[in-house]
Ligand binder design. Structure first.
Ligand code: ASP
Ligand code: MG
Length: 406
């Protein structure tokens, strides 16, 4: 018998009506004979509402009490889902993260799962009960509630699936992973199968369908993963399967175009060029959990000095500037209003013309490129926020995705 972890995101539990239709999908899966555990997000908009309540009292993400407020969102939807499943004559009960024995370390608001003893969930499954676990939460070693970072219910689901050696189905409001955001490019197509590496890169570069850390976890533990729509009739969503690259027969050069708005660029002019000083800059940022991308280093006019540039998320800018305050740079400049558009595909490293296509397509649209960064399976350009939609459409066409099959 296959064990399946079915995760339902905020819009899939956004109202009682949505909870009922998601419950019908779960009931249909149970009727096929699979053993099913469910993981839910808070109802759509709820986490933001709770966050602003805490914010009104001066508490933000990163505070322990904020985590207690936030985890209430998933508590409510888990219990409502268990009730909706009982309407189908099924046996079901809710589990908070701590009751499922999810252990975390790391700071409040961005905790990591350090251990998951799935035995209470396994016991429930053995008794023919459908456990509904509240996502996005666990407990620290000193028994405090912790949340796992925005979008963290994906991680809860993948981690539970790994612990149960189960398949993990992520139900959302779109029918899988698309070649790009269909709201920007209506020609975007659903991707039938995609590798863990590409999914991870798309998520990291801004695609919102799956939380980046959950994609990382799924890859590390080879959890069979699917992204499906809860808005289709039971069994009707084809979705996207995420798997090892070797298992995908048909390899595309490019799989998708991702974008992330609201990036910031920091330039450190005339910083000591020795590696220790440069490492200290990035060490400070890493300690503050600030993700750094598109690093460019070049020699400064002064001997033994360098110019260093990199991008971060706009939201992290103030904190980053505080970290950097301690460097010996002659000058620190920052700029906002930027965006990153990225082309992701396993075949990119086999093509010599990848950069030419990027410069050609964006040049034709008169979109200025500030910086380009490449990896084995990705090429990203830093542009201005205003150019995002044009850039996404231009790249979707230029890399041959407009007519691609899924
Ligand atoms: N409710 C949390 C959030 O909005 C976690 C999740 O939905 O995955 O970020
Ligand atoms: Mg999500």
């Amino acid at each position: 018998m296959t064990t399946r972890v079915m995760k339902f995101g905020g819009t899939s539990v956004g109202s009682l009506e949505r909870i009922r239709s998601s419950a019908a999908i779960i009931a249909a899966e149970c009727a096929r004979g699979d053993s099913v555990a469910v993981v839910v997000s808070a109802m759509a908009g709820e986490t933001d509402r709770l966050l602003s309540l805490a914010g009104s009292l001066g508490f933000g993400l990163g505070d322990e009490e904020t985590d207690v407020v936030l985890s209430a969102g998933e508590q409510i939807s888990a219990a409502l889902m268990a009730m909706a499943l009982r309407e189908h004559g099924l046996t079901s009960r809710s589990f908070m993260g701590w009751q499922a024995r999810i252990r975390t370390d790391g700071p409040p608001g961005a905790a990591r799962i350090s251990g998951l003893d799935a035995s209470p969930i396994r016991t429930a499954l053995g008794e023919g009960c459908i456990p509904v676990m509240a996502g996005f939460q666990g407990a620290s070693v000193n028994e405090r509630l912790r949340t796992l970072g925005r979008g963290g219910t994906d991680l809860s689901a993948v981690a539970l699936a790994a612990a149960l050696s189960a398949h993990c189905d992520i139900y959302t409001d779109v029918d899988g992973v698309f070649t790009t955001d269909p709201r920007i490019e209506p020609k975007a197509r659903r991707i039938g199968k995609i590798s863990y590496d590409e999914m991870l890169e798309l998520a990291a570069q801004g695609a919102k369908v799956l939380q980046t850390r959950s994609a990382e976890f799924a890859k590390a533990r080879s959890v069979p993963l699917r992204v499906l729509s809860s808005f289709a009739e039971p069994g009707q969503s084809e979705g996207t399967m995420i798997m090892q690259a070797e298992d995908i027969a048909e390899r595309r050069i490019v799989s998708g175009i991702a974008y992330a708005r609201d990036q910031a660029r920091i330039a450190l002019r005339g910083i000591s060029a020795d590696s220790a000083a440069l490492a200290a800059v990035f060490g400070g940022l890493a300690e503050a959990d600030i993700g750094v991308d598109m690093i460019v280093q070049s020699p400064a006019s002064e001997t033994d000095r360098a110019n260093l540039e990199f991008t971060i998320d706009r939201r992290d800018l103030d904190r980053a500037l505080v970290c950097i305050g301690e460097s010996d740079a002659r000058d620190v400049l920052s700029e906002t209003g930027l965006a990153k558009v990225s082309v992701v595909g396993l075949g990119l490293n086999r093509r010599a013309d990848v950069a030419r296509i990027l410069y050609g397509a964006l040049g034709k649209q008169k979109i200025a490129i500030r910086t380009v960064a490449t990896s084995e399976i990705k090429i990203s350009a830093l542009i201005e926020n205003d150019g995002v939609e044009h850039a996404v459409r231009a790249l979707h066409a230029a890399y041959g995705l407009d007519g691609a099959d899924g």
